[in-house]
Design a binder for this molecule. Structure first.
Ligand code: SF4
Length: 381
């Protein structure tokens, strides 16, 4: 931005600057990506000269913001880029996917730097794309230094199923790993492998889920994508049924597919005419799902331990295509979720469960025969 402002101040055309994307589709060459991430300074959080947008107004960062955004959970990254080629991911726009990794010392020095400035964070969230793809030797050094120098809990949102390795996972847990989120994206192998170009098989995903489940990690989350215009009903049904095969407990994050400019799916949309105006996609939120029957089933699975047989029943074509059934289901869904965590598919603040919700939750748990069967198998193993 500084360079951009300098260009404007000198009255020069900023379109000569690398790494810019202007309205009306003009863009300049991507900037050179730093391979040596250690040479970059740590992020500057002020509080002097740091501002944020709050309620559509710009204001200076204060102590409460520091506590809320940095001390409670400090966000940072060990590496940038990703070796995968998912067709929807912004990592693959602009050739940004080459994996570049910081040294262990550099990562931990950043946490020490934050500690000296604002106090020790309660936990660190590594917003990495592939934390478990890091080499074993790197993770060993990381865990050993982490315990010696900071020793606080840490979490990561970037795990891909075919990189999950029990040995690495146990090592991370021993260092204070507390919460893992894994991107599955779809339970349909066709959507995953062909549309999204993700190589995982169902078996690999279920194996990774089993490793997490057996480890008793305190929080575990899976991410799925919906509202994909290339997905057929049968793919969504496969995906919904797959979710109920994953061992509970877990949290579910459902995102509405966004066709980010520069990604393979974006160009496919342009080619096939489904993207008329690229700018409409800049403002689309991945958090707002379309109001469809299938999305309601996704959200039901998010909020309740819906047993496999019930999801199987609710996804039989002759049932879900029946208009009377759809009408009754939507009424029930609206009534149930209006008073609970999320109504419809809009994200709303969580409300407390009522007695009725607790009873229904219990009812679903009791009816979850697959879970009972798995427990019995484990008991007699
Ligand atoms: S694995 Fe995750 S970060 Fe990597 S390309 Fe795919 S979606 Fe993007």
């Amino acid at each position: 931005m500084e360079e951009y402002a300098d260009y404007l101040a000198r009255g020069e055309n900023p379109k000569k600057l690398q790494g810019f994307w202007f309205k009306k589709g003009e863009r300049t060459m991507a900037r050179f990506y730093h391979s040596d991430l250690d040479s970059l300074p740590f992020p500057y959080y002020g509080p002097e000269d740091v501002f944020l947008i709050d309620n559509k107004k710009i204001r200076q960062v204060d102590q409460n913001d520091i506590i809320k955004y940095l001390v409670h959970t400090y966000p940072t990254m060990i590496a940038r880029g990703c070796p995968m080629k998912c067709t929807f991911c912004s990592n693959n726009a602009e050739d940004n996917r080459r994996l570049r990794i910081r040294s262990v010392d550099n990562v931990i020095s950043e946490i020490e730097h934050i500690k000296n400035q604002f106090g020790m964070p309660h936990q660190v969230m590594f917003r990495d794309d592939t934390v478990m793809s890091l080499r074993m030797e790197y993770l060993q050094e990381f865990v050993s230094e982490w315990k010696k120098r900071v020793n606080i809990p840490f979490t990561s949102s970037g795990v891909i199923p075919n990189a999950v390795n029990e040995e690495k996972f146990k090592l991370l847990l021993s260092g204070g790993f507390q919460f893992v989120k894994m991107g599955i994206q779809s339970g349909s192998p066709y959507v995953r492998n062909v549309i999204y170009k993700r190589p995982e098989t169902d078996k690999q995903i279920l194996k990774a889920a089993d490793i997490f489940n057996r480890s008793k990690i305190s929080k575990l989350g899976y991410m799925f994508i919906t509202d994909n215009p290339w997905e057929k009903d049968k793919d969504i049904v496969t995906s919904l049924r797959f979710i109920s095969k994953l061992p509970r407990p877990f949290t579910l994050s459902i995102y509405s597919l966004n066709l980010y400019p520069g990604t393979e799916l974006f160009y496919r949309g342009v080619r096939e005419g489904s993207i008329k105006d690229p700018y409409e996609w800049y403002n689309k939120s991945t958090m707002t799902l379309k109001e469809t029957y299938f999305n309601m089933l996704y959200m039901m699975q998010r909020n309740l331990e819906v047993p496999y047989w019930l999801i199987w029943l609710l996804t039989i074509r002759s049932i879900y295509k029946n208009r009377i059934y759809q009408y009754v289901f939507k009424k029930f869904y609206s009534w149930y979720f209006r008073n609970l965590t999320e109504f419809g598919i809009d994200r709303r603040p969580h409300k407390k469960e009522t007695k009725l919700h607790k009873i229904l939750n219990l009812f679903f748990k009791i009816l979850n025969l697959r879970k009972v069967r798995n427990k019995l198998i484990r008991l007699f193993q």
